[in-house]
Write a protein of this length. Sequence first.
Length: 71
Amino acid sequence: MIASSLRLSPRELEVTQGVFDEATEGEIAKHLGISPHTVHMYIERLYHKLDIHSHVALVLRVISERDSVGL
């Protein structure tokens, strides 16, 4: 639900989950089987897409969206 309301791709959602879990870019990359650079690029695109500028803002945006969709 949150992924669709924020218009996140499945991979963007996986990266967001890693950020939400306080994983480093390297840890997220290892878990997803992609490079840390690719994770960094996903995070940068998420920042742009959601008009935010930090990991904290990303987490707060997800929480806000969760609250607004009634989960």
